[in-house]
Design a protein around this ligand. Structure first.
Ligand code: ADP
Ligand code: MG
Length: 216
């Protein structure tokens, strides 16, 4: 049997994927959250987990570094998704990608007046496309984390980031003024692998689809 791999990231994605893996009958030999290993064997001799940075998941699967992967829609849209099948919305790690500004900042007025908006985000491509579609001029400031800090320090007028409960925004006196898209994690598949290893991958994709339906 060919060896197959699933690319996953630690943190939220793994937390919410773990119950799905269990339902699909995949038991990791070590806990990815505590292990330093980046390649983790499972109870299935033909299947291993590859532990990657969340934003790297589409790249690994697109280029065949992994056959399958689990990635947020935020990451997939920013990546572009070329060369990937996205057959199953797993419904996990649900949140929203939003535009947020400091409380009291008149976002609507700035947009109406056609003024230039300084926007900090790690989703540069998605953000550029969002504002281009609205006809709003933006200066994009690429950050790698803690976007909430940018408006508080005068670095930016607005941020584009993910929110689930809104607690982090509130704690930093920011408010969401626009939703860009709802986000959840999807199963992604390397297109060539799906053809070459279809007898192993098709049943796995179906099992993930059933597991995802079961959790709703
Ligand atoms: P990183 O810090 O490497 O971006 P995270 O664990 O914060 O990794 O995020 C990984 C993925 O989890 C994101 O790409 C997104 O799909 C999802 N995610 C991020 N923030 C939230 C949130 N607040 N609620 C639910 N899902 C989230
Ligand atoms: Mg994070």
């Amino acid at each position: 049997m060919a060896s197959i791999s699933i690319a996953l990231s630690k943190g939220r994605i793994y937390d919410e994927t773990a119950p799905l893996l269990a339902r699909v009958g995949i038991r990791p030999k070590e806990n990815p959250e505590t292990s330093r290993k980046l390649v983790i064997a499972t109870n299935r001799r033909d299947l291993r987990l590859i532990i990657v940075r969340a934003s790297d998941t589409p790249t690994y699967v697109q280029r065949g570094g992994a056959d399958l992967g689990i990635a947020g829609r935020d990451v997939l849209v920013e990546h572009g998704g070329e060369g990937l099948y996205q057959p199953v919305d797993l419904g996990i790690a649900a949140c929203r990608m939003v535009v947020a500004v400091p409380k009291g900042f008149d976002y609507e007025r700035v947009v109406r007046q056609g003024a230039r908006l300084r926007v900090a985000t790690k989703y540069v491509k998605t953000t550029r496309e969002h504002f281009a579609a609205k006809g709003v001029h933006v200066d994009l400031i690429r950050l790698y984390g803690s976007m909430e800090l940018a408006p508080l320090t005068g670095l930016a007028d607005a941020i584009v980031d993910l929110v689930a409960t809104g607690r982090t925004l509130r704690a930093n006196d920011l408010v969401a003024v626009e939703e860009i898209m709802p986000v959840s994690a999807r199963l992604i598949v390397n297109q060539a692998a799906l053809k070459l290893k279809s007898s192993q991958l098709r049943p796995l994709v179906d099992a993930f689809a059933r597991a995802a339906r079961g959790r709703r």
